[in-house]
Design a protein around this ligand. Structure first.
Ligand SMILES: [Cu+2]
Length: 442
């Protein structure tokens, strides 16, 4: 089976709108096409995606296509494009070269825009995908709201410090913009769930009623073989695909986050996100092969690091703490050259979790604290546990221009835990994406 590439076009309008998260609970959302999350964009591997975005928000925005290996100029950051001002329109156009579960979200004033709903899923299908009875996209989020459903604005100094330090976490838990929804599922069937953590800072140690599920994919598409588990710690920005079911008629399962030790240093109690209600039995046509695909290793586990990044907090009189890569806030790292294998060691010297996100390229994790991971996967977001060190491998292909890596806890990113770097192709100069034409303001 093969795909016949075509062009898929969407129109999105970014605006403010009232959004019901539960009966009698309306928030003033910011999002796409008056819905939260924005529409699920779908394309087939190899298609050209054209997304025209009109901004009717009162402030500029930029849209990032998280996980897509696209040209630098389409990546949606302040270093490669001018923000889309109020009343302006911008057309993103790129090929989607990989099948998988991706998402789009604001990359401007993120701590406000994403908290309010500026995100949606981008699903890239492949003719060779395994067959399921049903497919769902579940976007997880939390909102920090006042008693009358307004988004809180950090008031005092301590409040601001807390949000910047630990990230913004709320106690309103959403799946697809609904508070604790009930998902109906037929008994005897197996579904593909595409799970996306769209929250600003909250980790979700996902459990589906404690039942085993099979993880079949992650950020960069399918794994080599399904992996059975009962929970998975999904970091902000990260995705997994899971084969869920079959369950028995009449079962009720809680979609929840199990207790874990988060960035506040406290063990959190479980958090309830939604419910699966299993109805009458239906015939299943689902088939999950034991071999999903082959992922060639990019490098050996003992490959020496070509670059070392250190995540640290610095004392700052102004901010309380500076969030840094290599002791720099909002840095400009050394360029990389096309075709030169990158082996990066990323050392988290803090006592917090930080989800490391690389724009535009997938990496393989070679080592976590000196040990090889149990399975190979293509990742673009990987959680680095407190006082932990990872080694990753990635290959810059010929998409020259400015790229970036950052912590996907949005408040950490905003507080400086990011850097830009250039991918240089000596054979193909990058043109306007070559230099930083937008400066960060703080
Ligand atoms: Cu962080």
């Amino acid at each position: 089976m093969e795909n016949h590439p075509t062009t898929v076009s969407y129109h999105l309008e970014a605006s403010k709108f009232p959004w019901n998260i539960a009966p009698g609970k309306t928030v003033e959302a910011w999002g796409f096409n008056g819905q939260l999350p924005g529409p699920v964009l779908k394309a087939k591997k190899g298609d050209t995606l054209v997304v025209r975005i009109k901004n009717t928000l009162p402030e500029p925005t930029i849209v990032h296509w998280h996980g897509i290996r696209l040209p630098a100029a389409m990546d949606g950051t302040g270093d490669v494009q001018k923000p889309i001002g109020p009343g302006e329109t911008f057309e993103y156009r790129f090929v989607v070269p990989d099948a998988g579960t991706f998402w789009y979200h604001s990359h401007a004033n993120e701590t406000v825009q994403m908290e309010r709903g500026m995100y949606g899923a981008l699903i890239v299908e492949d003719a060779g995908d395994p067959v399921f009875d049903q497919e769902r996209v579940l976007m997880f989020d939390d909102m920090k709201l006042t008693a009358d459903h307004q988004f809180t604005v950090p008031g005092g100094r301590l409040d601001r410090w807390g949000e910047s330090h630990f990230g913004r976490e709320g106690d309103t838990f959403l799946i697809n913009g609904s508070e604790t929804p009930v998902l109906g599922m037929a008994a005897g069937q197996m579904e593909r769930w595409r799970l996306i953590n769209a929250s600003s800072a909250r980790y979700i140690r996902l459990s589906i009623g404690g039942k085993p599920f099979r993880m079949i994919g992650t950020d960069g598409g399918l794994l080599e073989t399904p992996r059975t588990m009962t929970d998975y710690l999904l970091a902000p920005g990260e995705r997994i695909d899971a084969a869920v079911g079959p369950f028995a008629a009449g079962e009720t399962l809680s979609i929840e986050s199990l207790p874990y030790k988060g960035n506040h240093g406290k063990i959190r109690a479980g958090e309830h996100y939604g419910t699966v209600s299993v109805g009458p039995r239906q015939i299943s046509r689902a088939f999950l092969p034991e071999q999903l695909r082959t992922i060639e290793p990019l490098a050996a586990q003992d490959a020496p690091a070509t670059r070392k990044l250190k995540i640290s907090l610095g004392l700052s009189l102004q901010n309380g703490a500076d969030f840094q890569f290599n002791r720099t806030r909002h840095g400009l790292d050394q360029p990389v050259r096309v075709g030169e294998l990158q082996i990066w060691e990323v050392n988290n010297s803090t006592l917090m979790h930080h989800p490391f996100h690389l724009h535009g390229f997938f990496f393989q994790v070679l080592e976590v604290d000196g040990k090889m991971p149990e399975y190979r996967a293509w990742k673009d977001t990987f959680n680095i546990a407190p006082s932990s060190k990872i080694k990753i491998a990635w290959m810059p292909d010929s998409r020259p221009g400015m790229w970036m890596y950052h912590c996907h806890v949005l408040e950490h990113h905003t507080a400086g835990m990011m850097a830009n770097f250039e991918v240089v192709d000596p054979e193909q100069p990058a043109g306007q994406a070559n230099h930083r034409h937008v400066n960060h303001c703080h």
